[in-house]
Write a protein that binds this ligand. Structure first.
Ligand SMILES: O=C(O)CCC(=O)C(=O)O
Ligand SMILES: [Fe+2]
Length: 341
């Protein structure tokens, strides 16, 4: 039987170690488990994924050090206005993710329920289109060097997951990895501060509103707090918990990959709401607070010029191509423009 994170979670847990170091047969089996998970829910937990636990823990430590800095210091690395240069620090309530909503009136209405989060984004140091925006080194010595090296760890994992997907679809060698050769990825540190649970439950505030990711794949490391929920593909509008699984990374399909796979794989809507109750809290008449939450998503997308057109194994006589070809960059730009308005 497939292992899942909890009885109410449909997301399988897969041992990626068997892909990284296993026999040809084991590699094939893992690839097919990921393929199944992406077809069913668009999410999979990978354990033994090869990114050292110590490095992940260290990234969370840097994240909490960064967000603990005074706002004025964090603003020394400000996210530029607009959605085309996605780097640096965004303060509370600045970004509001949207689910295919583009008109200014619709975006304004969405902002009425603010996301209570702050973020710091960095990308590939070699990405000239979106240069990184760092704090001056003395403000947090070592932060930049660590983030640059952790970026490389995560990028490596993305390429191995692409290898597994290539095997699942029988994409001829060298597979999908070269379509992401520039690693135009985005490492995001997220901090959701403590807030009264009531505000989340009454939907006057959100942590991150329901959305799908834009790119090809997302890796997500989360702390022990919980609150992430994934829409049940069999019951739209119903969200199921995607709790943290010790040592595992959550991997999900983004919109671009859904399109590329001719909808074989799902880009599933997810959100972050109130974490599950901690026994013993919220008693004695005091306002129940949600604990602060930290998470580290890593967003992958294909090289700008990669043409996104139904992948091998995803179309045929009984499954016609559903979408026009589009370049990866053209598609992502369109989606990013709706983020900051
Ligand atoms: O914080 C989380 O767990 C989810 C973050 C997320 O979905 C995103 O940043 O796209
Ligand atoms: Fe997301």
């Amino acid at each position: 039987m497939t292992e899942t994170a909890s009885p109410s979670s449909p997301i399988p847990i897969v041992d990626f170690g068997k892909f990284l170091t296993g026999t040809a047969e084991e590699r094939k089996a893992v690839a097919s488990e990921i393929d199944d998970a992406f077809r069913d829910v668009g999410f999979v937990y990978l354990k033994n994924h090869g990114v050292d636990k110590k490095r992940v823990d260290e990234c969370f430590e840097w994240s909490s050090k960064f967000f603990a800095l005074p706002t004025a210091t964090k603003l020394l690395a400000p996210h530029p206005p607009g959605g085309s240069h996605h780097r640096g620090f965004s303060g509370l309530g600045l970004e509001k993710v949207s689910q295919h909503v583009f008109s200014p009136a619709e975006l304004a209405a969405l902002r009425a329920v603010p996301d209570v989060k702050e973020s710091f984004e960095s990308g590939n140091p070699t990405d000239a289109a979106q240069p990184n925006i760092w704090l001056p080194e003395p403000a947090l010595p070592g932060f930049r060097a660590f983030m640059e090296s952790f970026f490389a760890d995560c990028a490596g994992l993305v390429h191995r997951v692409l290898d597994a997907l290539s095997l699942a679809l029988a994409v001829p060698a060298p597979g999908l990895s070269p379509t992401h050769s520039e690693s135009l990825f985005q490492l995001r540190l997220l901090h959701y501060p403590a807030l009264p649970k009531r505000l989340l439950q009454e939907e006057r505030k959100s942590r991150i509103a329901a959305h799908s990711d834009f790119g090809t794949l997302t890796l997500l490391f989360q702390d022990a707090v919980g609150g992430l929920e994934v829409q049940d593909p069999a019951a739209p509008g119903t969200f199921r918990p995607a709790p943290p699984v010790e040592g595992a990374v959550l991997v999900n399909v983004g919109d671009l990959m859904e399109r590329w796979s001719n909808e074989r794989w799902r880009s599933t809507v997810h959100r972050v709401g109130a974490p599950p109750a901690v026994p013993g809290s919220g008693e004695g008449g005091e306002e129940e607070m949600c604990r602060p939450r930290y998470s580290i998503p890593f967003f992958a997308t294909a090289d700008m010029e990669t043409v996104i057109e139904a992948l091998p194994g995803c179309w045929g006589e009984d499954r016609p191509k559903k979408f026009e070809p589009v370049t990866a960059w053209g598609y992502v730009q369109m989606r990013m423009a709706a983020l900051y308005s």
